[in-house]
Write a protein that binds this ligand. Structure first.
Ligand code: KG4
Ligand code: ZN
Length: 384
């Protein structure tokens, strides 16, 4: 069966139940998305605790854990949605970018299952999943929009004209925003993964106390740089710990030290938010668009959300966020992207057999290369 007919429901009506499988890094995400009824069920297993003692993701451990989780989570998701395996019309899996071994787990399970069920499978670009994740919220944004994609591995501004029509407007020249959050959190002794912990600490801090640099704020382009900010925090922490004030606060006990850390966290967050807001507004001005979509793990940050909403509203625009649980990696965004890709090519795709059992993953993959996803559809519909 082709991807086109998987979404035809056999009745000429575009209808499709898509199983989404996300295994690009340290989260196993599974979801069932129905093209008419929306998201039916989803499950997520986070490996955070598994990697915490190493201070970062250990790729081999990630792959092994995905192997154990994918099928039980899939069955549990089917149960939650009151669906059976045979109801699935299409399987969407994250093909890249990400950790090669982790991607291979999702790809091989997706393709094996698709083969067994006689249905198509489609590889999805992880960042496309993030870009489209705001479509899971209500109201959902219409195309075109500017997307601010801020995750652990990426900080990008994209013009999204339609499915598959993505133009890179700006990118980070060094660390991604999430990476800066994680490294700064580590400096503050907050462990891994640090972004959410730093954000929580910052809630009680004074973001005006330390004036940290706003890298590339006035660079006249839409690029970012965050590694200098992390270095500035490292120096600040060292100076503060060495200073008399700090010694005095140590004498007063943990409470004063906690205030210092909260103020550093809040000042760091304020610096990052100011740059992301300024560049996002500039991207809207440059493109003449008024809709901004925020995606990726850092998009869960409350201070960033509040600042972005205020700044974009001031210029008469609107900001759209995915539901909080779909800011970080998840299966729902992959299932949704699969459904949208499939519906888009419904009339173009050709029927084909299941003779081609090869599949690939792309640990490194430029989103703009996905284009019309011609890579996927002229090939046999079972892509594995
Ligand atoms: O999109 P994501 O789940 O994974 C990647 O594709 O990278 O993003 C994970 C990143 C991590 O760096 C994490 O620290 C950061 O998002 N993050 C946050 C928050 N929640 C997650 N950063 C700041 N504030 C948050 N509330
Ligand atoms: Zn991600």
């Amino acid at each position: 069966m082709s991807i086109a007919s998987a979404c035809d429901g056999g009745r000429g009506q575009p209808e499709c139940l898509v199983l989404g499988i996300e295994t690009s890094c340290d989260e196993t995400g599974i979801a069932l998305y129905h093209s008419h009824r929306g998201l039916l069920a989803h499950k997520l297993y986070s490996q955070g605790a598994l990697h915490a003692e190493y201070g970062g993701v250990v790729p081999e451990l990630a792959s092994r854990d995905h192997i154990q989780r994918v099928l039980p989570l899939t069955l549990a998701t089917l149960r939650d949605a009151s669906c059976a395996l045979n109801d699935i019309g299409l399987i969407a899996y994250t093909e890249g970018p990400g950790l090669a071994g982790a991607l291979l787990v999702g790809a091989s399970v997706a393709c094996g299952l698709a083969y067994a069920l006689g249905i198509p499978a489609i590889g999805i670009h992880h960042l496309e999943g993030h870009l489209l994740s705001a479509l899971l919220s209500s109201p959902a944004p219409d195309f075109p929009f500017v997307a601010l994609l801020v995750s652990g591995g990426h900080s990008q501004l994209m013009k999204v004209a339609a499915i598959g029509d993505y133009t890179l407007l700006g990118d980070t020249v060094d660390d991604a925003a999430g990476e800066a959050f994680d490294k700064t959190a580590q400096l503050l002794g907050l462990g891994y993964p640090g972004g959410p912990a730093l954000a929580k600490l910052a809630e009680s801090g004074n973001g005006q106390r330390f004036k940290l640099p706003r890298p590339m704020l006035n660079s006249n382009d839409l690029n970012f740089s965050f590694s200098g900010l992390k270095t500035a925090v490292a120096m600040l922490v060292r100076n503060q710990r060495d200073s008399e004030a700090s010694r005095a606060s140590e004498a007063r006990g943990v409470r004063a030290d906690a205030t210092l850390l909260a103020d550093i966290a809040a000042s760091f967050e304020a610096a990052i938010a100011e740059v992301l807001v300024a560049k996002s507004v500039a991207a809207l001005e440059q493109t003449g668009l008024r809709r901004l979509v925020v995606a990726g793990g850092v998009g869960a940050n409350r201070r960033l959300r509040a600042s972005l909403s205020a700044a974009v509203k001031r210029r008469g625009g609107e900001v759209y966020y995915p539901p909080l649980e779909f800011c970080t990696d998840n299966g729902a965004m992959i299932a949704l992207a699969g459904a949208m890709r499939a519906l888009k090519v419904r009339d173009q795709a050709s029927e084909s057999g299941m003779e081609n059992l090869r599949f690939t993953v792309k640990p490194r993959w430029d989103l703009q290369e996905t284009g019309d996803q011609q890579r996927a559809f002229p090939r046999p519909a079972i892509l594995c």
